[in-house]
Ligand binder design. Structure first.
Ligand code: NAD
Length: 240
């Protein structure tokens, strides 16, 4: 039986994550790179204004660019009814609203962290926050020196889960930017006489690239909507 190979258009294709996605596509039999676009074009990578033209021969888009660019690409995907996956972080409230507006016309998948394991720890964090209610919560994260946003989108997502579980304000977050750290996150619950730490360390960007491709395969053919890894992994039931 012939299996369908998903043609992926990569946005931010010259960047660290864009290169990792293209390498992962190359290594996989289930995807092919329809094209790449980037503000810094190069071999196999076109300028951003080629996006709509290239979209015609793609089945799905994976974006790791910038919040402004991601919103423009999401709007173009909505017009063309093509599935849009973004792992870009640092969206403002208005930009998130723009992504959700696109999701009314086409399936949009947004996760600040494309690691399935990290998404499981989001649910574990909420579970613990509720039950360790007397404990102080603190989120810390460390990333490479070139990362633009701080705190990371992942740290914010942990903090939002803690705040939602406890019905209060976001806990404090501390950020380190140094060297070539791919991404470390720790959620700390400190009580009297003891503390609990939930830590995830990413060893390689391949993790996020593979997660974004998994999301694209899952998203293709779905109804318009705003999805994340909680939908893909069916984790919503754990948030009780
Ligand atoms: P990077 O700076 O290496 O790459 C970003 C690329 O986007 C650059 O090549 C830049 O030229 C390009 N770009 C800028 N404007 C563009 C436009 N209009 N059109 C197309 N390309 C454009 O950054 P990175 O480390 O690859 O990270 C990219 C984003 O992904 C960041 O927001 C980062 O926080 C996020 N990220 C998310 C995950 C996740 O799992 N969700 C993992 C790692 C990084």
């Amino acid at each position: 039986m012939k299996t369908h190979v998903l043609r992926v258009l990569v946005c931010g294709a010259s960047g660290r994550m864009g290169r990792a996605v293209r390498a992962e596509i190359e290594a996989s039999g289930a995807f092919t790179c329809a094209a790449g676009v980037d503000a810094k074009p190069g071999p196999g990578v076109e300028a951003p204004d080629a996006f709509e033209y290239l979209l015609a021969s793609a089945d799905a888009v994976i974006d790791f660019s910038s919040p402004e660019a991601a919103c423009r690409y999401a709007a173009a995907c909505a017009r063309a009814r093509k599935p849009f996956v973004t792992g870009t972080t640092g969206f403002s409230k208005q930009q998130l609203a723009a992504l959700k507006a696109a999701a009314r016309r086409t399936p949009v998948f947004f996760s600040p962290n494309m690691s399935p394991a990290v998404n499981l720890t989001f649910a574990l964090t909420a579970f613990a926050a509720k039950r360790l209610s007397g404990f102080d919560a603190h989120v810390s994260e460390a990333h490479h020196a070139a990362k633009r946003d701080a705190p990371s989108g992942t740290a914010l997502r942990y903090a939002e889960h803690i705040a939602a579980a406890r019905g209060g304000a976001l806990p404090p977050i501390t950020s380190v930017r140094a060297g070539d750290i791919v991404g470390d996150h720790t959620v700390l619950y400190a009580g009297p006489h003891e503390r609990v730490e939930l830590t995830h360390r990413a060893h390689s960007r391949t993790l996020f690239a593979a997660g974004a491709l998994k999301a694209a395969a899952w998203l293709a053919g779905r109804k318009p909507g705003f999805y994340d890894y909680f939908d893909l992994l069916d984790l919503k039931g754990l948030l009780v």
